[in-house]
Structure formats: structure tokens, C-alpha cells
Design a binder for this molecule. Structure first.
Ligand SMILES: *Cc1c(COP(=O)(O)O)cnc(C)c1O
Length: 401
């Protein structure tokens, strides 16, 4: 098939050429004497991405799921009570993982179209006078529904209840994608992965860990070996790893972090917001609904778009792929068949987002949905034109002409 597949999935995201070149290298000895000079500054720079000075960042050869396991198995003991809301596929999976580790999960089934129920967390914490709750789990950006939660508000609930529980955040599609502030929000463990905002292949769990979580490892009795923070600390402090690290991917991570810091994290977030707004303009133009009920939940890394009744989003996704080589995100479990997703995070610009919008629009029309030609792509184009940076051609052409 000539041309490229348009990748609009929320992980993996598009990999920039710079990263592709950075990992297209001969393999290296991970115990070579010059490795610490490469690794130690990278660990420091990763802290900037998580916005932590007090904490540290571990790199595990794993996917984000491994990061979830690392968070709980290092800090908790079987039978410990943790609080979590299930409002999407990823919060669901983290809860299931906690149960396999024999944690006692106090859970609320909450609306998949809303963010984490802060009031519920606050009530549970205030009522827990004996401090039986050891950790609070929050999915910052539910990638399955395009719903973002208010992590700072959960921290406030902990503070108001004067509760010592650890705060664990799934930041797989938020760290390096949308505003994430580990220290300011008092996040004790922040889990991320390589294949979303970091624009890399899957294969690394990137985990920010604060001092309280490191302290908690001393009492934790969950069995762990591969994900042990202690082994990591001993070797990472020397610039090495306790086992063979995915060195090629880590070369890519160096490039990714350089790219994020060169653009500036706030600029990255603003770009994702603007591209996300472009997609949201298209959704309104189509007369469709986003999964999140309220704009305050809108995610700037992915939009989940509800298809009209009588249609199956799975058919749409298959058709878009086979006819137009467009990979859209599927609707997962609780929303299977009901929505499709367009990612707007990572290595992406206006025309890449417009390709996804255009392909989705064509495929929806092919399926017979009541979506007019151009009804989504035109408002998206107009929004992106109106908000474009002034053209850098000697000032001859201003935006809006
Ligand atoms: C992608 C993702 C994960 C991790 O999934 P893996 O397939 O294990 O990398 C976890 N949480 C969220 C919110 C995600 O988007």
C-alpha cells in the first residue's frame, strides 16, 4: 500500500524522525564505563518532566501495566485497603491488578463519562479515622474515554481529612502530554509509559516516586523482585541498572526528553490543547457528542467520540483502517462499539490531526451516518487557521487573511 498509515491511536503515538534516528544505532554494552555519564543527567531531566525535585524517576523494561504493579508492590502489603474509582478501562485494570496482589480495594463504580468523584474520595477519607486506607488511586487521564480528572482536588481531600494515605496516579497518558505536577500535587507515585506522550515504542514503564513512597518500601510486604525500588536505587545511583536495561529505547528516551524540553513542556501542553480543540470543533460540526459529559473533563491528549445510535464504532474503525489506512482508537469494554478515539498527543501537527478528522468523516459517511461532507473538517480547519502562529515569511502574510 503506498503512503503511510495515519496513526491516530492514543498509544502508540507517532514517533518523531529524531527519535527514530536516535534508536537506529549499534547495540551498546550497558555496563560500559561511560554509561553513568549518559544515565545520571537523564534521570535528572526526567524529574523535570514529572515536575519533581523531591522524588526520583525509575525506568523499568515494561509497559505502563508494569508501572502500576511497581507502584503497589513496593509500597503496600496484602490486605491493605486502597481507594479507587472505576470509570474507564484503565482505572478498571489497575483495580483488577490490585486485587490480584490481594489488596482490599474500596471501589466506587462511577460514571464513565465523568472524572474521578472527588466528593466520594473526600467522604471516604474523612470517615476513615483509623487510617486503614493506605493508598488512593487516581487515573489522571482515562485514555479509554478522554476524561481527565482533578488530581490536585484529590490531594486537597487528603489534606482536609488530614489523612496519611499515599497518592498514586496513573499518568500514562498525562505525563509529558498534559499539565502534570508531581510535587505540587503531592503525588507519591506517578506511573507513565513510553508509548504515549514520550513518543517512543512501548517497552518502558517510567515511574516517578516520591520520598514518602520510598519510605513505605521499608514496611511493604507485597512480594516483588523485578520491580523492586531498592535494587533500582542501589544501581541507578551509580548510573546503572540491576539487570539489562532496554538501552536502545533509553537512547530514544534521551532524545524524547530533549525534544520535550526544547519545545518547553508548557508549549507542548498548549499544542495538545489546540489540536484537541480542533478535534472538538470537528465533533461539534458533525453533531456528535464527546464521551465526557462536561467540558471540565475534556482531555487534551485524546478525544473519545460517541457514534449515533444504531451504529457500531467497531465497524467504523475497521472501515477507516481498511479503506483509508487510518488507525483510530477503539471503544474498550464498557464503551465498546459506542465510541472511537482520535489522539492528539505526541509528535503531531495541524495537518496530521486534520488527516484523522478527514478520514473519520469519510468513513462515517461511507457507513451511512448522518454526517454532512465537510461538516467536521471545515470547522476544524477554521479553528486551526484562526489560532495559527503568525506566518514566518517576513510578515507578508498575517493570520486570518
Ligand atoms: C496506555 C495506558 C496504560 C498502560 O497500558 P500498557 O498497555 O500497559 O502500556 C495505563 N493507563 C493509561 C491511562 C493508559 O493510557
Amino acid at each position: 500500500m503506498p503512503g503511510r498509515i495515519t496513526l491516530a491511536t492514543p498509544g502508540p503515538t507517532n514517533m518523531p524522525e529524531r527519535i527514530r534516528r536516535a534508536i537506529d544505532i549499534p547495540l551498546e554494552d550497558h555496563r560500559a564505563p561511560d554509561i553513568p555519564a549518559f544515565m545520571l543527567p537523564l534521570f535528572e531531566d526526567l524529574k523535570k518532566i514529572f515536575k519533581t525535585k523531591a522524588g526520583r524517576v525509575f525506568i523499568f523494561p515494561a509497559s505502563g501495566t508494569g508501572g502500576w504493579e511497581a507502584a503497589i508492590s513496593n509500597t503496600l502489603s496484602p490486605g491493605d485497603k486502597v481507594l479507587a474509582a472505576r470509570h474507564g478501562q484503565f482505572s478498571h485494570l489497575w483495580i483488577a491488578l490490585c486485587r490480584r496482589h490481594k489488596l482490599d480495594v474500596a471501589m466506587i463504580e462511577s460514571d464513565w463519562r465523568e472524572g474521578s468523584p472527588v466528593d466520594w474520595y473526600a467522604e471516604q477519607l474523612a470517615a476513615d479515622k483509623e487510617h486503614r486506607i493506605k493508598a488512593v488511586l487516581v487515573c489522571h487521564n482515562e485514555t479509554s474515554t478522554g476524561v481527565t480528572s482533578d488530581v490536585a482536588a484529590i490531594r486537597r481531600a487528603l489534606v482536609q481529612a488530614n489523612h496519611p494515605a499515599l497518592l498514586f496516579v496513573d499518568g500514562v497518558s498525562s505525563v509529558a502530554s498534559i499539565d502534570f505536577r508531581m510535587d505540587e500535587w503531592g503525588v507519591d507515585v506517578a506511573v507513565s509509559g513510553s508509548q504515549k506522550g514520550f513518543m517512543l515504542p512501548a517497552g518502558m514503564a517510567i515511574v516517578g516516586v516520591g520520598p514518602r513512597a520510598i519510605e513505605a518500601t521499608k514496611k511493604s510486604e507485597c512480594p516483588r523482585a523485578f520491580f523492586d525500588f531498592g535494587d533500582m536505587i542501589k544501581t541507578n545511583d551509580q548510573g546503572y541498572f540491576p539487570y539489562t536495561p532496554p538501552k536502545t529505547l533509553i537512547r530514544g528516551l534521551r532524545e524524547s526528553v530533549d525534544m520535550l524540553l526544547e519545545e518547553g513542556l508548557e508549549n507542548v501542553f498548549a499544542r495538545h490543547h489546540r489540536l484537541g480543540e480542533g478535534v472538538r470543533c470537528a465533533v461539534r460540526g458533525w453533531g456528535l457528542e464527546l464521551c465526557p459529559k462536561d467540558p471540565k473533563w475534556y482531555s487534551d491528549s485524546v478525544s473519545a467520540i460517541m457514534v449515533p445510535k444504531g451504529f457500531d464504532s467497531g465497524d467504523l474503525i475497521k472501515l477507516a483502517y481498511s479503506r483509508y489506512q487510518l488507525s483510530l482508537g477503539l471503544g474498550l469494554t464498557g464503551v465498546a462499539g459506542k465510541l472511537f478515539r482520535i489522539a492528539h498527543m505526541g509528535d503531531l501537527n495541524e495537518l496530521m490531526v486534520l488527516s484523522a478528522i478527514s478520514g473519520a468523516e469519510m468513513a462515517m459517511r461511507d457507513l451511512g451516518m448522518d454526517v454532512a461532507a465537510g461538516s467536521g473538517i471545515a470547522p476544524a480547519e477554521e479553528y486551526l487557521r484562526a489560532t495559527a502562529k503568525p506566518a514566518d515569511i517576513g510578515g507578508a502574510i498575517a493570520v486570518g487573511q
